[in-house]
Design a protein around this ligand. Structure first.
Ligand code: SIN
Length: 325
């Protein structure tokens, strides 16, 4: 049997609340060893080593915690006796952490991230089954060197493309137009596609990271004041715009973006619309001051922009990163 590290960070999968109920609970309260005890059958599929790195609601995740998580996963997986890792995480910011780890982990061994929509104390909690399947995925030979994978409700996603699309249902994740990488039925793994984008040890971001630069996200809406941009520029090296439609905004915002990019702020145009792609647009960005986010959501574009700003402030170069990763 293979040996899998279960690296716990908290979330609803470790949540505790009124017995049987699915709502009114606190995330990150139960330790991973107690959760594992509720799934005796997992001891038949792998040897498990548990690492309780934190036990937080994922809304408390931060740049420093991401860096710590990257370092610990690399350290744990450098042990020859460990074949892969499963990371348990809250679902609220799981898409961001999954992409950060996709871009920064210097590993080839499988890393699968999972969580739950119902707390551990709920009737029919979904966490134990997701954890079981995540372990089955992590021991599967085809999971090797696939970048960070995510597992929810019988479905395999890539760490790059997974998005939370429902704040209520158990089947809360999707890759939208990009589908998924595959499916699982109980312990059976069925891969169908692969991400085309570079990941983990293939990236230029997998060396040591000491800090992440400040980057903010700002939502455009009808009548939004450009003062929002000037305010954010005083605190951040980069700004991701969650624009309307294909990453659009008003002429007043365009003027502010051009002023601030002259002053060195790096802008990414993404969209508040969850489906589609943001390309270069010579109407809304006539002097190419912004980097298009392509298929990345605003929060994932922020992760890539923070890492990019560690390397360069050159917009043309950062645009290449957005095409590559
Ligand atoms: C969290 O993200 O930690 C709370 C919500 C969840 O895990 O579903």
């Amino acid at each position: 049997m293979k040996t899998i590290a279960i690296i716990a960070t908290g979330g609803t999968i470790a949540g505790s609340g009124e017995k049987g109920k699915t709502a009114v609970y606190h995330a990150g309260e139960i330790d991973i060893a107690s959760i594992i005890q509720t799934i005796p059958e997992i001891n038949d599929i792998a040897y498990l080593k548990t690492f309780q790195l934190m036990n937080i609601d994922s809304n408390e995740m931060s740049s420093q915690r991401w860096i710590y998580l990257k370092e610990k996963i690399e350290e744990i997986l450098s042990d020859d006796s460990i074949d892969g890792a499963v990371v348990t995480h809250g679902t609220d910011t799981l898409d961001e952490t999954a992409y950060f780890l996709t871009l920064t982990l210097r590993v080839k061994k499988p890393v699968v991230i999972t969580g739950a929509m119902r707390p551990a104390t709920a009737t029919s909690a979904d966490g134990p089954f997701n954890l079981y399947q995540a372990i089955c995925l992590a021991i599967h030979d085809e999971a090797y060197d696939q970048g960070v994978l995510a597992l929810f409700s019988n479905t395999i996603y890539s760490g790059r493309d997974i998005q939370k699309v429902n704040n209520f249902k158990i089947d809360a994740f999707d890759q939208k137009s990009l589908g998924c990488l595959g499916y699982m039925q109980d312990n059976e793994v069925y891969f169908y596609t692969k991400t085309n984008k570079m990941h983990t040890s293939q990236t230029i971001f997998c060396d040591e990271i000491k800090y992440l630069p400040n980057v903010a996200i700002v939502y455009f809406y009808a009548g939004a004041s450009p003062e929002l941009l000037y305010y954010l520029a005083s605190e951040n090296e980069g700004i991701v715009i969650a624009g309307s439609g294909s990453g659009n905004y008003s002429q007043e915002w365009l003027k502010a973006i051009e002023d601030l990019s002259d002053a060195g702020i790096v802008f990414v145009r993404s969209s508040r619309i969850s489906q589609g792609i943001v390309y270069d647009n010579h109407v809304f960005d006539p002097h190419s001051r912004c980097i298009p986010s392509y298929t990345l959501s605003p929060q994932k574009a922020r992760v890539l922009l923070m890492l990019s700003l560690l390397k360069t402030h050159d917009i043309k170069q950062i645009k290449k990163y957005f095409q590559r990763y």
